[in-house]
Design a protein around this ligand. Structure first.
Ligand code: SF4
Length: 424
């Protein structure tokens, strides 16, 4: 059973009711969007997460990645990052761990938070392979499916699976002169495996089995963009579009099997290409929700990539993307710290809200009007309460050290809002 199969039968699930209430949308309309594959509610049958809808007509959602690496393997720190990300508004957490004891790691994170959880199971298969003293290219396809099945049983809600990188695509990629080659970790695992073994991608070849597993546990497939551009110079190139065409075919097969599916997208991309990319994705992928990793609109800002990604994310989400993966200031440089996670989530919240305002979502406009009213009335507490970051604005306000509540230290007694108050 999946949310999609129930929606097709006309059965309204508790999750649909919850999402309809959160989003202020009629539940029958929501069910139609789910039945059509335009909205997903990632919720594994074994999951205890609260329901979250992603897709057309719903507010833009954001994901925060956490997880250990082979260099930094601190369970408590990653759990604290997950909690902090949720506190600042992340709708989903992806556990991208590649350190030790991945099962325990996932379980602890699932116990610590109540938002939906995503993973990239091929990472676990890679870790298992390396632990046997082998190389990634020696990965046993059975280990990939074992990781998927184990994680499905544990209650993972959505999984990034790089099903669209085919043998044919890998051979074409070799002839393509890309600046950055492949920058997706899962994409590289898969492409290198295909090249080394001269065999077809097991996730592509056994896609029907993957659909069976996904249906059984209601895993939402997040079809990975293994060939996403890793720099502006590679944006919208032939490998990216060819993989997207493959993903479109796989989306159709998932939708026909009543499996919930969304599609991942770029990457690094000049601003002027983002809107067209979103439209092409929606057309090729049959309206499936689009989950974008950025896009980062310049490559010249390491240390500030939460900003480059928020600019791209705002354009993407106002042009059709539904789910934004956060980027932190540590992107391309290091595993993020707690402060980096907070900065990344807030940057993504800004992008999502900017897009939702542009899309005319009533809840966003209500919050924007409330903030304007609070500013006009010098209601500082209300302003702090409405802000994505409730502590930073208070710190700035406190620094003013003013007795008069009806101004700030920016203009002092020449405060335009105070002077105009009552007149305009
Ligand atoms: S003093 Fe200037 S910046 Fe501060 S609230 Fe008034 S108009 Fe705004």
């Amino acid at each position: 059973m999946t949310q999609k199969s129930e929606a097709i039968k006309g059965n309204i699930t508790q999750e649909m009711k919850d999402v309809a209430k959160q989003e202020n949308i009629e539940v029958d309309k929501l069910a139609r969007l789910i039945a059509d594959g335009k909205v997903v509610i990632p919720k594994n049958v074994n999951s205890h997460a609260k329901a979250c809808g992603i897709g057309e007509e719903l507010s833009t959602k954001i994901n925060a990645n956490i997880g250990s690496s082979s260099k930094i393997d601190d369970l408590e720190l990653e759990i604290n990052k997950a909690k902090l990300a949720v506190e600042y508004g992340a709708d989903a957490i992806m556990d991208l761990s590649t350190g030790s004891d991945l099962k325990l790691f996932r379980q602890k994170i699932m116990d610590a938070i109540d938002v939906i959880i995503g993973t990239v199971p091929i990472y676990e298969a890679g870790v298992v392979t390396l632990s046997k003293g082998k190389e990634i290219v020696d990965m046993d396809p059975d280990d990939i499916f074992k990781a998927i099945e184990n994680q499905a049983r544990e209650g993972v809600d959505f999984m990034t699976l790089h099903c669209g990188i085919t043998k044919d695509l890998v051979s074409k990629l070799e002839k393509q002169k890309r600046m950055m080659g492949i920058v997706s970790r899962g994409g590289t695992f898969m492409a290198s495996w295909i090249k080394h073994n001269k065999m077809e991608n097991p996730l592509y070849e056994n896609y029907d089995y993957l659909l069976e597993l996904s249906y059984e546990y209601d895993i939402t497939l997040s079809l990975g963009d293994g060939l996403r551009p890793g720099c502006l110079a590679d944006a919208s190139d032939i490998p990216q579009i060819q993989e997207l065409v493959n993903l479109g075919g796989l989306v159709k097969r998932a939708q026909d099997a009543d499996v919930q599916v969304m599609v991942e997208g770029p990457g690094h991309m000049p601003m002027n290409q983002i809107k067209a990319n979103m439209e092409i994705q929606k057309t090729i992928c049959h309206g499936a929700p689009f989950y974008v990793l950025g896009p980062l609109v310049t490559d010249l800002a390491p240390g500030y990539d939460h900003i480059t990604s928020a600019i791209g994310g705002a354009i993407a989400a106002s042009s059709g993307a539904n789910f934004l993966c956060y980027v932190t200031p540590a992107e391309h440089l290091s595993l993020p710290s707690l402060e980096d996670v907070k900065e990344g989530v807030i940057a993504s919240k800004i992008a999502a809200e900017a897009a939702d305002v542009a899309r005319g979502l009533p809840q966003s406009w209500m919050r924007e009007r409330q903030m304007a009213k609070a500013r006009k009335e010098f209601d500082w507490e209300k302003q702090f309460d409405l802000a994505f970051d409730k502590s930073k604005p208070r710190t700035y306000r406190d620094k003013c050290e003013l007795d008069d509540d009806e101004m700030c230290a920016m203009c002092g007694e020449y405060c335009a809002v105070k002077i105009a108050k009552g007149d305009f």
